[in-house]
Design a protein around this ligand. Structure first.
Ligand code: NDP
Ligand code: 2IT
Length: 448
């Protein structure tokens, strides 16, 4: 084993020992460390100052009880979290996830990834993530409101417009952000941009709702353009049917591709005729208002069929995983490749298992890791913060232009650090480009 491989192995053993049982966190660190160790092999200052060792330790983890009362009058208890991972380049920034699968490992992987992602955007934002094991599914609006209010009673002491600015993620959309913001404002008696993803009436930004899905498609468009290709006429398989997935479909349609799948935790629909604007509006209403299951699409549109499982067996040119972590296994990746998939842009965070990533990398397809591909969401969150601080509101056209420019800049940073002899390694490029800014800021601070 060479020296770099040996350091990497020792480092990962240490991470596993210090964070027992945190499978998702180990996975995220391992993916990053495998590309950073070779990069810093000839840069002793990063070793001497223990930069990577310090980067894998969150600045702070807050865990708290969230009691709330359901509509029947029963007292219920959830666990709330905020993982403030790294504020070297700006205030903590990252979403809140409400899902029964939320635990410390999941939020630490998300906060760690967020630190690199936010660095890639070029904006001054540190990394954080939070949330709860609360399940909004099947709850009434009043129950969700009472939960959000109780969650904010504790969270408010740890956040602030220059300290930590949460936003949405799985299970936290416009409704939840409204309840959370209303409670913060009431407790603090201050109207500030402490959350992003706000409604337009109270300081939200144009394009923020669309930004993650649009950005993941812009990133794919940039990778294709780099090889002289485009999205025109491409068949695209998409997972999820929430915020990221639906706006990815919209942008695929704008750019001449054909989106043929959507999914949720009950299964996926396949519509070979394509999910056009009318069908998409129906899905958005189903998910945001009626809060139904994706299978209902196949009852409404006879061109579609519903299936259990994930959509990766449907032949496609491009795959956009936009649901959740580890939704593409090694076997799924091999199926995609066998069916001719030439590009993957990760709308979700860490949707591909490590062995699946290896399969994509080995095949040298256009593979965009989540921290680069889905950075458009937090980038527009950063622009929402700027607008709030300046008390102004930019136009949709200006913000879409800034989003496009940001995704192109991130693409070009990945190329700058990931160019290999005959292809671009976007994974290494994203990790190294994200690492440098945070690491160099940490060097400036000494051992803080
Ligand atoms: P939403 O809550 O709007 O939608 C989530 C979608 O994924 C739903 O269709 C949901 O199905 C599905 N899903 C969630 N968990 C699972 C699971 N365990 N198995 C199968 N399907 C699942 O979330 P978002 O669209 O906001 O987030 C999707 C992904 O994108 C996440 O990985 C998130 O971290 C990432 N992301 C989000 C950003 C944002 O701005 N919102 C920014 C960057 C990344 P069901 O309803 O059945 O649970
Ligand atoms: O994973 C993510 O980047 C998000 N959920 C968005 C974070 C944000 O602060 O907008």
């Amino acid at each position: 084993m060479d020296k770099t491989a040996e350091y990497l192995k020792r480092f990962m053993n240490g991470v596993k020992k210090r964070n027992p049982g945190e499978r998702e966190f180990h996975q995220a660190v391992s993916e990053v460390a495998a590309t950073i160790f070779p990069y810093i092999a000839d840069k002793p200052i990063y070793h001497k100052m223990q930069i990577l060792e310090r980067m894998v330790e969150p600045d702070r983890v807050v865990m708290f009880r969230v009691p709330w009362t359901d509509d029947k009058g029963n007292i219920r208890n959830q666990r709330g979290y905020r993982v403030q991972f790294n504020n070297s380049i700006g205030p903590y920034k990252g979403g809140l996830r409400f899902h029964p699968s939320v635990n410390l490992s999941v939020l630490k992987f998300l906060g760690f990834e967020q630190t690199f992602k936010n660095s890639l955007t070029g904006l001054p934002m540190g990394g954080a993530k939070g949330g709860s094991d609360f399940n909004p599914k099947g709850k009434t609006d009043n129950e969700v409101m009472r939960f959000c209010q109780s969650f904010m009673i504790e969270l408010h002491r740890h956040i602030g417009e220059d300290t930590d600015i949460p936003a949405g993620d799985i299970g936290v959309g416009a409704r939840e952000i409204g309840y959370l913001f209303g409670q913060y404002k009431r407790i603090e008696n201050r109207f500030v941009g402490v959350l992003t993803g706000k409604g337009m009436e109270f300081g939200g930004s144009k394009i923020r709702t669309e930004a993650t899905g649009y950005g993941a498609v812009y990133f794919m468009q940039n990778m294709l353009a780099h090889t002289g290709d485009s999205l025109e006429g491409k068949t695209v398989s998409i997972s999820g049917s929430g915020n990221v997935a639906t706006y990815a479909v919209e942008k695929i349609n704008h750019l001449g591709g054909k989106a043929v799948t959507l999914s949720d935790s009950s299964g996926f629909i396949h519509d070979p005729e394509g999910i056009d604007a009318g069908k998409l509006a129906w899905v958005i209403d189903l998910k945001n208002k009626r809060r139904g299951r994706i299978g209902e699409y196949a009852d409404e549109y006879k061109s579609a069929t519903f299936h259990e499982g994930r959509p990766w067996g449907v032949p496609c040119d491009i795959a956009l995983p936009c649901a959740t972590q580890n939704e593409i296994s090694q076997a799924d990746a091999e199926t995609l490749l066998k069916n001719g998939c030439m590009g993957v842009s990760e709308g979700a965070n860490m949707p591909t298992e490590l062995a699946g990533i290896d399969a994509f990398q080995h095949a040298k397809i256009l593979y965009a890791p989540s921290k680069a591909a889905n950075a458009g969401g937090v980038a527009v969150s950063g622009l929402e913060m700027s607008q709030n601080s300046a008390r102004i509101a930019w136009s949709e056209a200006d913000l879409d232009k800034l989003l496009k420019e940001t995704m192109l800049k991130i693409h070009d940073s990945c190329v700058a650090y990931g160019q290999k002899k005959d292809h671009v390694d976007y994974l290494a490029g994203a990790n190294i480009a994200g690492f440098i800014k945070v690491a160099d800021a940490m060097l400036s601070f000494g051992h803080t």
